[in-house]
Design a binder for this molecule. Structure first.
Ligand code: GLC
Length: 564
């Protein structure tokens, strides 16, 4: 843990001012939920391009109205109330979810700065679930942005970028400057009446791995904030510009790499335990691609920024090519790999990474439908991890790393293999599970990651992986298939609240509440709300989605890059 800024308590209560709503019809179906609740209409967020200049200054909907001296940093303090909705207009489950989300808000010196991972008081072992995780906060942040509650997101972005500047050491070893924390917590000192932020960059994490995904999520969230509010002033601050450059220098540096993908240790992302995803995991590559595109749209083209923009464009070009070509798997490609020759030398080699056909696992031959395809888990010399990972594939769609044809094919695959990938509780984080000897070798006999449980093998349903639901929803809307998301949300609704918003479910069909799942897991709650709001108003999608083609366009003028 690294300790940050100390200071006196100056707590304030935040109250939300109602703001005006700009309701507009859109082309998408309305769910029955909205038809039943005609007064419930989420404000259609204006995209950045639609905003007039006078809209660009952020006024914020939260304002301090009172002072108090609470020593609690979450839960017990009053939390903001929703600006646009009256609780009576919401379906009970949505209401319950908002209540739970607000109870998870963490305050630092009176300001809301994030949401705690889980508010499960019943669970004996707290571990680090009482912390604000960077990745876990993303769905919460999107839910807040969608209702116009920007301040908590802005505070979070500023506090975490501040933490980035701390010196990070694990034993005697110093980590790169740009590393962002996996999580942080507020420490109260009741005697001195002070609060401090304590961050974890991996030095306390199980397995001691630094989170590669945190910096990418931070950049993606900064863009979502900017896109949703139209407020350029935050991303243009020297702190944010410098923070982005530091994150980027970590992953754009030249070295021994022969691939444009990013080499990672196991456990450096959402799957934060050994699961055989070391190497070039799809989750990180897709987040990397998306973060590069987001950064490109926000970096100022001053001397320092320009240099980074050029490096980003070169990398995006190479990364896009590599991923679309070598990570993509469909029936045709599988058949080609099945017939690969090995030991090919020279530039003309077809089997560039020397994948041995005998290493293709049996399950894939039955699993691969004639219609559909996906980005495989990992590609490196003589190793192709054929497992399906949901997060990476959804981010690939949202970032347009996947071509329109590939995006369609991913959705086809989900439809064709609904039982395996969605089951009774959407949505599996990976498929299939590692079992027996393979589980022993690959996970190091991890008892939490036994077959069809937790991170292991596609049986994550809701869960940790509910976070994936918002990604799935967004991906479904982007490819024009909201009915897939609606079906998945309906499944979730049957159980989620009844089961106490668990972190994850176990079993081949995801029927059982996860063995070690926390209840009231915040990102399960927030993901549900985000999925609902996205379906209600797909114009929110612009916050977390990037259009195709613009990748190749050199961002000559900043405003043009914002149309991405
Ligand atoms: C678990 C998950 C990780 C998540 C954390 C907090 O460690 O594996 O992805 O961020 O819980 O919810």
């Amino acid at each position: 843990m690294v300790e940050a800024v100390d200071g006196a308590h100056e707590a304030v209560v935040w109250k939300v001012e109602p703001h005006s709503s700009v309701a507009e019809a859109d082309d998408f179906d309305r769910s029955s939920w909205q038809l039943d609740h005609p007064r419930f209409k989420i404000e259609r967020r204006l995209s950045f391009e639609e905003r007039s200049f006078s809209d660009l200054s952020i006024t914020g909907n939260l304002r301090p109205v009172d002072s108090y001296g609470s020593m609690h940093s979450f839960g017990a303090v009053p939390t903001p109330t929703s600006p646009a909705w009256s609780p009576f207009e919401l379906p009970p489950m949505v209401n319950e979810a908002w209540d739970a989300l607000r109870k998870s808000v963490v305050f630092f010196r009176g300001q809301p700065v994030g949401t705690v991972a889980a508010v499960d008081h019943a669970s004996g072992e707290v571990l680090n679930y009482d912390q604000v995780f960077v990745r876990d906060f993303v769905p919460s942040a999107l839910a807040f942005l969608m209702t116009g509650e920007h301040e908590i997101v802005k505070n979070f972005l500023l506090k975490t970028i501040h933490l980035q500047s701390l010196e990070k050491k694990i034993d005697q070893f110093k980590l790169g400057e740009g590393v962002m924390p996996a999580s942080f917590k507020v420490n109260n000192n009741p005697t001195r009446k002070t609060e401090t932020l304590m961050a974890d960059f991996g030095e306390s994490a199980i397995g001691r791995v630094a989170p590669v995904d945190s910096g990418f999520w931070w950049i993606i969230l900064l863009r979502a904030y900017t896109k949703s509010t139209g407020d350029l002033s935050l991303s243009e601050t020297p702190e944010c510009q410098n923070g982005m450059r530091l994150i980027l220098s970590l992953c754009l540096s030249e070295g021994f790499d022969t691939f444009p993908t990013l080499l990672c240790a196991d456990g450096c992302s959402m799957i934060d335990r050994r699961m055989g995803v070391y190497g070039y995991p799809i989750e990180i590559q897709a987040l990397f691609f998306m973060a590069l595109r987001c950064a490109l749209s926000m970096l100022k083209s001053d001397a320092k920024g320009k240099e980074f923009m050029e490096r980003i464009m070169k990398r995006l070009h190479a990364l896009g090519f590599h991923m679309r070509r070598y990570f993509w798997l469909d029936f045709q490609q599988l058949n080609d790999i099945y017939r690969y020759k090995t030991e090919e030398y020279s530039h003309t080699a077809v089997n560039k990474f020397n994948v041995i056909p005998d290493s293709i696992p049996d399950w894939i031959f039955d699993f691969m439908p004639c219609r559909g395809g996906y980005f495989v888990g990992n590609v490196s010399p003589a190793r192709m991890d054929f497992r399906w990972f949901a997060l990476g594939n959804c981010i690939a769609i949202l970032s347009s790393l996947a071509t329109p044809e590939q995006s369609d094919a991913i959705m086809d695959l989900i439809e064709e293999r609904w039982e395996e990938l969605v089951g009774e509780m959407p949505l599996k984080i990976s498929y299939p599970a590692l079992e027996g000897h393979e589980w022993r070798i690959v996970t190091g006999c991890d008892p939490k990651n036994t077959r069809w449980s937790y991170h292991n093998g596609g049986s994550w349903q809701f869960s940790l992986s509910l976070v994936l639901l918002w990604l799935l929803t967004a991906a479904c809307i982007k490819t024009g298939r909201p009915q897939i998301a609606r079906r998945a949300i309906e499944l979730a609704e049957n159980r989620l609240s009844k089961d106490g918003w668990p972190e994850y479910y176990d079993g081949k069909l995801g029927r059982y509440v996860g063995k070690q799942a926390r209840k009231l897991q915040t990102w399960s709650i927030a993901a549900y709300l985000v999925a609902k709001m996205l379906l209600e108003d797909p114009s929110h999608l612009g916050m977390i989605s990037l259009e195709e083609d613009k990748v190749k366009a050199p961002p000559m003028k900043r405003p043009a890059s914002w149309t991405a």
